[in-house]
Design a protein around this ligand. Structure first.
Ligand SMILES: Cc1ncc(COP(=O)(O)O)c(C=O)c1O
Length: 356
């Protein structure tokens, strides 16, 4: 479900417009451009909810809030514009920003520091999103900014195929101190999705096998291959098929949803995985089992330790590589450097990104 939330200044009171879209559950960079025309909306003001077709949002605003009748998109912008978006920069350029980026908030941010974002008109907003988990040390921590400035002054780009540069060797040295000792080879890419793309390629190359197993509720990115690895919402893939093949989906041990204890859910999910290996993707065709160490978008669910240990055993038995996606859970976000440390299970490949 996509939430489109706009805060507007209306009659000296904050009016919270809460629009949720039921069929195109999607936020982020691959929103389907046509979604702006098609989606149904839910509008909530002062706690009262109402489901509306996209055409009738303008009518609703006109009737209930006495706002001059506008089309749906204009009316959303009207509310936020009144408070935040009356600058020339916004007016000249916002309509040229691709609608493929859905937006949760529409204020124009000037800068950020620590836990706060400052808007162009000087409003100070407490940021609960941390760049979707990116700014672990807050916005613009002086030490982080200083480190980036320092490195930018040494190299802007020195392609690793051509130049062995000192900062990369130093980074490897630092990483080797915090990863399990068997993780002894490092590859640097540009995003989480690119890390996942490469993890899958490495597993295929190392095993000579072609299939990958993922779990229900997974999120691994928005590129073509990672879209195929992602099962948290149809919104990520709707309209973009056919997707890369050879990807099989097994149940995640989501005990609460399954009405089971954690141990029952673990046993059930491991059984289903064995069944998948017996019925759809033979071990000799299976290159890797890929799982988020903490299921993120699929519900923020910690898998039972017995399940993670069970995955390791199945992988060892069949020569399948185990990949832990720590793009969201890594780098201190679970209280340890990596979430995998809570399970005492070491995968063959770890993908990291967000707050790296
Ligand atoms: C678990 C997980 N894997 C992969 C990705 C993709 O990372 P990126 O958005 O940097 O491509 C994300 C992004 O949030 C993620 O949470």
């Amino acid at each position: 479900m996509m939430l489109f939330t706009a805060f507007g200044w209306y009659s000296q009171d904050w009016v919270c417009m809460h629009f949720s879209q039921h069929w195109f559950g999607q936020s982020g960079s691959t929103s389907h451009p046509s979604s702006f025309q098609k989606r149904p909306w839910r509008v909530e003001t002062s706690g009262f909810g109402k489901d509306l077709s996209s055409e009738s949002v303008g009518d609703y605003l006109a009737e209930e809030l006495f706002i001059p009748k506008m089309d749906r998109r204009e009316s959303v912008h009207f509310l936020v514009k009144r408070r935040f978006m009356n600058t020339q920069l916004y007016q000249d350029n916002f309509s040229h920003m691709t609608p493929a980026w859905s937006r949760i908030f529409n204020f124009v941010a000037d800068r950020a520091e620590g836990a706060y974002i400052y808007t162009e008109d000087g409003k100070k907003l407490l940021d609960f999103t941390s760049g979707i988990g990116v700014t672990n040390t807050g916005h613009c921590h002086p030490k982080v900014v200083e480190a980036i400035r320092g490195k930018a002054g040494l190299f802007l780009h020195a392609q690793a195929n051509i130049v062995i540069h000192k900062p990369m060797l130093q980074l490897i040295e630092e990483l080797r101190k915090i990863v399990p000792p068997s993780i002894d080879s490092f590859y640097f890419a540009n995003s989480g999705a690119e890390a996942l793309e490469n993890a899958v390629k490495i597993a295929k190359a190392a095993t000579g096998r072609q299939n990958i197993i993922v779990f229900n509720g997974s999120f691994h990115g928005r590129t073509h291959a990672t879209m195929a690895l992602t099962t948290s919402k149809t919104g990520y893939r709707t309209g973009f098929g056919p997707l890369p093949s050879g990807i099989y989906v097994s149940p995640f041990p989501y005990a609460f949803n399954m009405h089971m204890t954690e141990e029952q859910a673990s046993e059930y999910a491991l059984g289903q995985l064995e069944y998948l290996l017996a019925s759809q993707t033979a071990p000799k065709d299976t290159a890797a089992i890929l799982i988020e160490s903490v299921l993120g978008e699929g519900g923020y669910i910690v898998p039972p330790t017995s399940f993670m240990k069970g995955l390791r055993e199945i992988c060892d038995k069949h020569g399948i590589m185990l990949i832990f996606d720590e793009v969201q859970s890594g780098f201190g976000r679970t209280g340890k450097w990596f979430a995998l440390e809570h399970f005492g299970v070491v995968p063959d490949i770890i993908t990291c990104c967000i707050s790296f």
